[in-house]
Design a protein around this ligand. Sequence first.
Ligand code: ADP
Length: 169
Amino acid sequence: MLWLGDITTVAADAIVNAANESLLGGGGVDGAIHRAAGAELLEECRTLGGCPTGEARITRGYRLPARHVIHTVGPRWHGGGQGEAALLARCYQSVFARMEEHGLRTVAFPSISTGVYGYPIEQASRIALREIHAALERRPALEKVTVVLFSPGDLQVYQRALAELPGAQ
Ligand code: ADP
């Protein structure tokens, strides 16, 4: 369920992109996904007209080993008093909703919002794992959910959060 590596190498029904509201590419995992998928991904994203924070939009995966990319826009961290936790939870829920609509069973997430958007990873990891665990319980079509961490330190944070997750063991 937790994996250390590069999400652009993951073969799944979908990988999740931590995008920005324009859906027109950016740095971090967004840039890596667009580079690996090729220019056609940006062309399809241009037709979508952006995406509000907390929502998710689906495209094809083009040159990626993943069949689809589900682009979601995480909240920027403003100290925690501006609904960040609810918005981050909505990102995960929105991804699972798109998966169900398209009959997708396997997915890999990056750590949404914990890069440039500055969400403290200890808090973000608890929300991510809580929402994933809830989706696995509620959605029988969901087969495999992986969180791909990009550094050993981030992996450790998620491992600790997983160990503390009520009912997950
Ligand atoms: P956000 O703007 O939502 O914070 P970032 O892309 O800046 O998004 O960071 C989200 C997380 O994705 C960070 O933990 C970052 O280290 C990680 N990341 C960056 N590149 C990759 C990649 N190729 N595969 C997986 N995770 C990545």
